[in-house]
Design a protein around this ligand. Structure first.
Ligand SMILES: [Zn+2]
Length: 174
């Protein structure tokens, strides 16, 4: 697959712009890998997308109640079947990292791109997800001064554990 970026969006991604974003002033130096599924472990629904677009119906599942006042987003979401969604253009900050620190710098949203994989920390990711993710990472590295690809758990230690022990780093290091 050969991907390209036009107007800070990946060509071919399903684009739905989230209001949860802010202006970016810093260079993009980091890619942060996350996972999400709502409810946890349930796939093939639009709930993560709805969450990022502030239109999730919190009454659908008891576990959604804790999400009610969250304003979050990611740049990208890669579903189990490899389909790709983009919520925030790369020249803006998505709200994915929360309280975070990388090499002494706080608020990693300012200088990172956030990628969510549909999944949980308790289960492997799909080959289709790795194929899309590795292509995206190569593309981003060619476009921005990326220093490192990190787990959310690395920059928000003690608070976050995604993408978890089943995420295979070897599949994105080529
Ligand atoms: Zn995360």
């Amino acid at each position: 697959m050969s991907l390209k970026i036009e107007n800070n969006l990946i060509v071919g991604a399903e684009v739905e712009l989230s209001p949860n974003s802010s202006e970016r002033y810093d260079d993009i130096e980091l890619v942060v890998i996350h996972c999400i599924s709502l409810p946890e472990g349930e796939y093939n629904n639009n709930y993560p997308k709805d969450l990022f677009l502030n239109r999730l119906d919190f009454s659908i599942h008891p576990s959604f109640e804790t999400l009610e006042n969250l304003k979050v987003s990611s740049h990208l979401l890669i579903n189990r079947d490899g389909t790709l969604l983009q919520f925030v253009p790369f020249d803006r900050c998505a709200w994915h990292a929360g309280q975070s620190i990388f090499e002494g710098r706080e608020d990693c949203n300012k200088f990172s791109i956030g990628i969510e994989l549909e999944g949980t920390v308790k289960e492997s990711y799909t080959d289709k997800q790795y194929l899309v993710l590795s292509d995206i990472i190569n593309l981003l590295k060619s476009k921005y001064p990326i220093k490192k690809i990190v787990a959310h758990s690395e920059i928000a230690a003690g608070r976050k554990d995604d993408p978890g022990p089943y995420f295979n780093w070897e599949k994105i290091n080529d």
